[in-house]
Design a protein around this ligand. Structure first.
Ligand SMILES: Nc1nc2c(ncn2[C@@H]2O[C@H](COP(=O)(O)OP(=O)(O)OP(=O)(O)O)[C@@H](O)[C@H]2O)c(=O)[nH]1
Ligand SMILES: [Mg+2]
Length: 468
């Protein structure tokens, strides 16, 4: 026998459901009005009068009701649970189709369904197989989902990290290029931009900083890259051989007013006299254009006991040089004149006429601005320069601009002076030491600025606190 309860909005629909489910031979056992409409209980293979039939009807109705409750509960549960319940439904249908007398199997299913605990259902061997399968599948699905979500999270974190790194690089790149005249069309890595900025802090000309940074690969740390850059800077800086002037020769010092030409000549002459005697040195001056112009040099020559030759305005320098041919060291002083001064070109042409036997050294005061030094180079290069002299190292705060002129024009640094004292404050240059000094100056300047900024911030802060 098969018993089933049907609920529909009205009686006709309920009867239609009965026919659809049980066929035309179904017997209506009862009907009543319920809140949802009409409820009809129908049976197939029903034999009235059998007491046993009555309890079987009740059992099946109970079974159906519990199945409906289980369905309602599964609607709220995840899809996997729903599938499990479908399997139970099949199991019940299977039990319902079986022999009515096989009560043991039916009651086992019923007792399983009455209990919400899923594991208790598996007391029945068949149900146990179904539930074990479902549990295993669910566990596998859960593990895959968990692993996937773990992988997704790791991927997400690494993408975020990469993106934030790229954003930081972009920000640094933008900051380091702000207001720069450097050609930003060229591709530049973050590290190169940091190196380029450091070169700028040292005072290197943009073209030189560009050349240095482009030669450094990105495969090393920033600090290692910077050390490499400093080595490249030192290698780029041309310096004259140590002790060059100690061997003697004919040298003229040219350069802007007050650069230290006469003082340096005094230092060199004094050192040479100490080593080789006063007869080995001759001093010549072209400075005839200013009142008491050569007084300083005359004083040096008197103290040192060396001869001084004064070349008159429009005089012949070559003739004077010939007259001191027997001297080991000849030093020619020139007047510091502005390039607009009419005497400037006269003096320049005298120097040019002397040819290459007279080596002209451009005196670059390190206290001057980079642009002034560049202008000085432009004005004097027509004389045919053999090298340069860095003066006033003791008073300067940046070496980069003068170094840039030397490196970019390949004009060797021949001497460096670091004070006004005669004869001690003149030295032969060492490229590594100069670069190290330049870097130290840049670092000190940065620290000073940071301290000044911190101080001004602190002052502002305390003013605000005190309502000033
Ligand atoms: N601190 C410092 N002062 C220096 C140095 N060299 C020269 N001086 C000073 O700079 C000033 C100008 O030096 P001069 O030797 O007269 O300069 P100059 O190039 O001959 O000047 P003009 O003849 O006017 O073109 C003097 O007071 C020197 O003592 C140096 O290396 N350090
Ligand atoms: Mg002078």
């Amino acid at each position: 026998m098969k018993v089933k309860r049907f609920t529909a909005a009205n009686m006709q629909q309920a009867l239609r459901l009965v026919t659809q489910a049980l066929g035309a031979d179904a017997v209506i056992l009862s009907s009543k009005k319920v809140s949802a409409g009409f409820e009809v209980v129908a049976a197939l293979d029903y034999q009235p009068g059998h007491e046993q039939e009555r309890s079987e009807i009740e059992r099946q109705l109970q079974l159906q009701q519990e199945l409906e409750e289980a369905k309602a509960a599964s609607r709220a549960a995840p899809a996997a649970t729903k599938k499990r319940d479908e399997r139970y439904e099949e199991r019940l249908a299977f039990a319902g189709q079986g022999d009515v007398s096989s009560k043991d199997s039916l009651s086992a299913v019923l007792s399983g369904l009455k209990n919400d605990d899923f594991s208790r259902r598996s007391a029945d061997p068949m149900t146990a197989t179904v539930t074990t399968e479902a549990t295993a599948r669910n566990a596998a699905e859960d593990a895959i989902l968990q692993r996937r979500s773990g992988q997704d999270e790791a991927l997400y974190n690494s993408v975020i990290q990469q993106m934030s790194g790229e954003l930081r690089e972009l920000k640094d790149w933008m900051v380091s290029h702000q207001g720069s005249a450097w050609d930003t069309r060229r591709p530049l890595t973050w590290q190169q931009s940091q190196l380029w900025q450091r070169c700028q802090d040292v005072g290197l000309e943009a073209a030189w900083a560009d050349r240095v940074t482009s030669r450094i690969g990105a495969d090393v740390s920033l600090e290692d890259a910077w050390n490499k850059a400093l080595k490249l800077i030192a290698a780029d800086l041309p310096v004259a051989p140590n002790g060059l002037l100690d061997r003697g020769g004919i040298y003229a010092l040219v350069g802007p007013t007050g650069a230290g030409k006469t003082t340096t000549i005094g230092k060199l002459a004094a050192q040479f006299v100490i080593r080789h005697g006063a007869e080995s040195v001759a001093l010549i001056t072209l400075d005839n254009y200013r009142v008491a112009a050569h007084d300083q040099l005359r004083t040096f020559s008197r103290i040192l006991g060396v001869t001084l030759h004064i070349v008159p305005v429009n005089g012949d320098l070559n003739k004077t040089l010939d007259s001191v041919r027997d001297k080991k060291l000849v030093l020619v002083d020139s007047a510091g004149l502005a390039s607009q001064d009419p005497h400037f070109s006269v003096q320049l042409s005298m120097l040019k006429q002397a040819g290459t036997r007279l080596k002209k050294l451009l005196v670059l005061p390190l206290t001057s601005q980079g642009r002034c030094l560049q202008e000085n180079y432009e004005h004097f290069k027509a004389a045919g320069l053999a090298g340069c002299v860095f003066t006033k190292l003791d008073e300067c705060f940046s070496l980069g601009p003068a170094m840039s002129i030397s490196a970019l024009t390949q004009l060797p640094v021949t001497l460096v002076t670091d004070g006004p004292h005669i004869p001690d404050d003149v030295h032969y240059p060492d490229a590594d030491k100069l670069v190290k000094l330049a870097e130290q100056m840049a670092r000190m300047a940065r620290t000073r600025w940071q301290a000044a900024e911190a101080m001004s911030f602190a002052t502002q802060h305390s003013s605000i606190q005190h309502g000033v």
